[in-house]
Write a protein that binds this ligand. Structure first.
Ligand code: X8Z
Ligand code: ZN
Length: 602
């Protein structure tokens, strides 16, 4: 069918009942053959509806208007309703003894929607429009003073480069004026999606989200906590040194004395990655001889050239070039003439290699890394496109997020030399600088990732109610990150909403997993190519053997438990944060020396 006809037919489906057989059509007890036919019909329907939802979603996010939101919401509703409806009808087969492959599809169907609406046309419509509205408030949000309005992009630049605490505080608080209107919408969305999760037999949405890891939700939460305990000493040491350095820079009056770091001083709008304050925390003896931002500025004339270099890395591993349509249809920079959702994302519109990236790329180090992150998504999507519909996904959602980051861990000085960005590899003494810079991003990120979903798990389970949304957020920020609000907060604020993934409804535990998995993957690939010496100096650039391993894992999609995919990649079957601890061991030694005589902790 031509795409135009698919769109028409899918929108018509909005007004007509689903075509898969309803249980009432069927007489007699369920059979395995019937279950198989049911699943085939479900997968066919999902393939079609998903493409329409992806196309309208792309349009709504790259051109936010009343109409695009409406159409995207409608397509999304049809797709989500079809999913929950099929899942509820699939219970007819739950007592059957199905082969593991088919059983896995039925399990996947129940978990397929991370935002499941109630199985009701009107309520599902409401949920989809709320979703569009929340995304749009975030995407179009600006902070205005008089006639001058600043976007998140402009405010983020202040957070990254300004060293004036007053200016930083203003940008920090300014962005958080965007989210309070989300609060009632979010509260209603939680109600609706919890009902949707309950319709599918889960306790609530937290139970559903945590059920997607080939283990029980309780086991998953316990594993997250266990991994956190492993890296906590490393984080505490980093937080302590950074805090002391920031106190030297800004003084006790600004930093305070309770052991936490005010969230506006860390170089990032959410204090989730800290490498932008590298210059403030690195003493002269660990100074780097090059500045990645400057290298990017000097060597890449535009965003597209940064993407080309990213693609070349994947191609050097033996993977395919990106299709022409990628270059024609992607959005690499912020358009001047319309409103878009700037938060970077990678899309697979269909299984016919129509993959795209939507980004408002800036020519800096952070976005160079993000490009590799996003390309990782697209390469993963192309690798599992041949799988049946319900297995078109990563082994678990952390794998998807880890893929491109794993490649980024290979952006070493040696690789920069090969690219011609650096003349020669810096001496071994500079390894510490590299490690500190990376640690400021990767180690600092871990407790932040925990906070975002611990907050939502509490909200979904009812442990945290609307009356305490903001207080609950800051309690977790304080507890895990040792970070505090620089400006008085109250329940008139809705600070979780100022982080993209909350209004967008994207689960966040995946990034916590990814920040561990990528170090496991990096080590395994470096071992596989016979790398000798510190892992900080290993790059898999130009190593097709590493590419083959990645491809083999990606091609599995979600057809097997993630532990199997982990084994293919690493020989291990568990998530293992000791890979992070080992990678950063020299940094930990150095941090402990720096911290001697300091009062650490909060
Ligand atoms: O959202 C993203 C990607 C898209 S999946 C740009 N990331 C998280 C974030 O920005 O908060 C990547 C790392 C964490
Ligand atoms: Zn991602």
């Amino acid at each position: 069918m031509k795409p135009r006809l698919i769109i028409l037919s899918a929108l018509l489906t909005a007004c007509s009942p689903s075509e898969t057989p309803a249980p009432s059509d069927i007489s007699g007890p369920p059979t395995v053959a019937e279950a198989r036919a049911f699943m085939e019909a479900v997968e066919a329907e999902r393939t079609e509806l998903r493409e329409v939802a992806a196309r309208t979603g792309w349009l709504a996010q790259t051109h936010i208007t009343v109409d695009t939101k409406l159409l995207a919401g409608e397509a999304d509703k049809v797709y989500a309703l079809a999913t929950v409806d099929a899942a509820s009808r699939s219970t007819r087969f739950s007592e059957l003894d199905l082969d593991p492959d088919l059983q896995r599809k039925f399990d996947a169907l129940r978990l397929a929607s991370t935002q499941p609406p109630p199985n009701d046309e009107a309520l599902a419509g409401e949920a989809s429009q709320l979703d569009q509205e929340l995304r749009s408030i975030y995407g179009t949000g600006t902070y205005c003073q008089g006639d001058e309005c600043r976007t998140l992009g402009a405010l983020s630049d202040v957070m990254a480069y300004s060293r004036d605490p007053q200016e930083l505080r203003d940008a920090w608080a300014g962005w958080r004026t965007v989210s309070p209107p989300m609060r009632p919408l979010y509260t209603r969305q939680v109600e609706l999606l919890n009902q949707g999760a309950q319709d599918l037999g889960f306790d609530d949405l937290s139970d559903l989200w945590r059920s997607n890891y080939d283990m029980s939700p309780a086991e998953f939460s316990a594993d997250m906590e266990r991994q956190w305990e492993l890296v906590k000493p490393l984080y505490t040491a980093l937080q302590c040194h950074v805090r002391a350095s920031l106190t030297e820079q800004y003084g006790v009056d600004v930093v305070g004395e309770d052991g936490t770091i005010p969230a506006h001083l860390l170089g990032n709008m959410w204090a989730q990655t800290w490498s932008n304050v590298y210059d403030l925390v690195a003493p002269e003896e660990v100074a780097a001889s090059y500045d990645m931002n400057e290298l990017i500025q000097a060597n890449f004339p535009d965003a597209e050239s940064m993407f080309k270099t990213g693609e070349a890395f994947f191609v050097s591993l033996g993977l395919d070039e990106l299709p022409d349509t990628f270059w024609e249809r992607s959005q690499f920079t912020r358009p001047r003439d319309r409103q878009v959702v700037c938060h970077a994302s990678a899309w697979d519109i269909n299984t016919n290699r129509d993959v795209r990236i939507k980004m408002c790329t800036k020519r800096n180090a952070e976005d160079f890394t993000t490009i590799h992150h996003e390309l990782g998504h697209n390469y993963y999507q192309m690798a599992y496109a041949h799988q049946p519909q319900l297995f078109r996904g990563s082994a678990n959602d952390g794998f998807h997020e880890a893929l491109g980051d794993t490649i980024s861990l290979s952006i070493t000085p040696a690789y920069l030399v090969q690219l011609g960005l650096l003349e020669q590899e810096p001496p071994a003494e500079e390894d510490l600088a590299y490690l500190l810079k990376l640690g400021l991003d990767k180690i600092a990120f871990l407790p932040f990732a925990l906070v975002v979903d611990k907050w939502r798990w509490q909200v979904f389970s009812g442990e945290l109610t609307e009356a305490d949304y903001n207080a609950g957020w800051w309690k977790l920020r304080q507890q895990y990150q040792g970070v505090s609000a620089p400006v008085a907060r109250s329940e008139a604020d809705f600070d979780p909403g100022a982080k993209y993934h909350v209004p967008a409804g994207t689960p966040y535990a995946r990034y916590f997993l990814a920040h561990i998995q990528q170090f496991q993957f990096h080590k395994a690939l470096c071992d596989a190519i016979g790398h000798d010496g510190p892992l900080t100096r290993c790059t898999i650039f130009n190593q097709p053997e590493a590419g083959e391993r990645l491809q083999q894992m990606m091609a599995m999609g979600s057809s097997q438990p993630w532990q199997d995919a982990m084994e293919v990649m690493t020989g291990q079957r568990e998530l293992d944060a000791s890979a992070v601890v080992d990678y950063f061991a020299p940094l930990k030694t150095w941090l402990d020396e720096q911290n001697q005589g300091r009062q650490c902790g909060w």
